[in-house]
Write a protein that binds this ligand. Structure first.
Ligand SMILES: C[S@@+](CC[C@H](N)C(=O)[O-])C[C@H]1O[C@@H](n2cnc3c(N)ncnc32)[C@H](O)[C@@H]1O
Length: 270
């Protein structure tokens, strides 16, 4: 039976609240020792790893261990984003704040970063981490990525790391992302995706959904939803094989194959 949106939000919030409180035993993504590699998913075989260290090609050595220890992403949206000093950045599902802090350092004092997350325990950790990091140009807001607490046309770059797959309403996420970006603004996202789709039975497994597995959407549907929201220059590549453009693939039948994707898109200049 398919769950309703609030049940999915509750399961996701419970999982990440537990992790933020330090009581969890699971990271976001991964199967066995391979963090977010392409996987033919047999749900019973999926093991959840703690954290996803080593995701970043940018320097993370300056970040305190409280921050790097709560890194739950599946890629490196910071490198993908190519941020410039002075930009205003929004991080969807900012968690403990790792990407928000790296973005804040890159945009400098003339820029600023807003992190949005729905899990109070994560926001509390992010606020504590902000003190440890000592950056002033980052703020964390409570809210849903499907209904962003952010002004329209106010953001230069949207980042997100392994979060949109967790949303039960990805079309709403992309509509909201489009609304808050200024014309010419860009999206740079790391996310879990599939070729092929999970079955309704797979999707009913809320533990696997909250673990960044069965909420993942087929790449053709994901790219189609971005375009339907108004985005242009939509690109999706597999992090493990970034040479092939996947955004124009047809929807695949057959079992879902999970992979970590790099997604970029732009809100057209008027
Ligand atoms: C897998 S963790 C990733 C955290 C962070 N981006 C990182 O790389 O460490 C997912 C985060 O997204 C948040 N989240 C999931 N679904 C959300 C939603 N619909 N609205 C707001 N936050 C959400 C969770 O509370 C959690 O902090």
């Amino acid at each position: 039976m398919m769950q309703d949106n609030s049940q999915i939000h509750d399961a996701v919030r419970e999982r990440y609240g537990r992790l933020a409180a330090g009581a969890g035993d699971a990271g976001c993504c991964g199967s066995g020792s391979d963090c977010c590699g392409t996987t033919d998913v047999a749900l019973a075989d999926v093991a959840f790893d703690s954290g996803c260290a080593g995701l970043y090609t940018v320097d993370t050595s300056w970040l305190p261990s409280e921050v790097t220890g709560l890194s739950l992403g599946c890629g490196d949206p910071i490198t993908l984003a190519g941020l410039q000093p002075g930009q205003t950045v929004l991080d969807l599902g900012s968690g403990g704040g790792i990407d928000a802090f790296m973005a804040a350092r890159q945009v400098g004092p003339a820029g600023r970063v807003i992190g949005v997350d729905m899990t109070p325990e994560m926001l509390a950790r992010a606020e504590r981490n902000k003190v440890a990091v000592g950056l002033e140009n980052v703020e964390f807001r409570h809210g849903y990525i499907e209904a962003l607490p952010v002004a329209s046309d106010s953001i230069d770059v949207i980042l997100s790391n392994c979060v949109i797959n967790l949303s039960p309403d990805k079309a709403a996420v992309f509509r909201e992302a489009y609304r808050v970006l200024r014309p010419g603004g860009r999206l740079a996202v790391s996310d879990m995706m599939t070729r092929g789709r999970f079955t309704p039975e797979d999707r009913a497994d809320l533990s696997a959904w909250a673990g960044c597995i069965t909420g993942a959407e087929d790449v053709a549907l994901y790219a189609g939803a971005l375009r339907a929201a108004g985005f242009v220059d939509v690109s999706v590549v597999d992090k493990a094989e970034p040479v092939d453009e996947l955004a124009d693939l047809r929807r695949e039948s057959g079992p879902a194959r999970l992979f970590s994707a790099r997604v970029t898109a732009m809100k057209p200049r008027e």
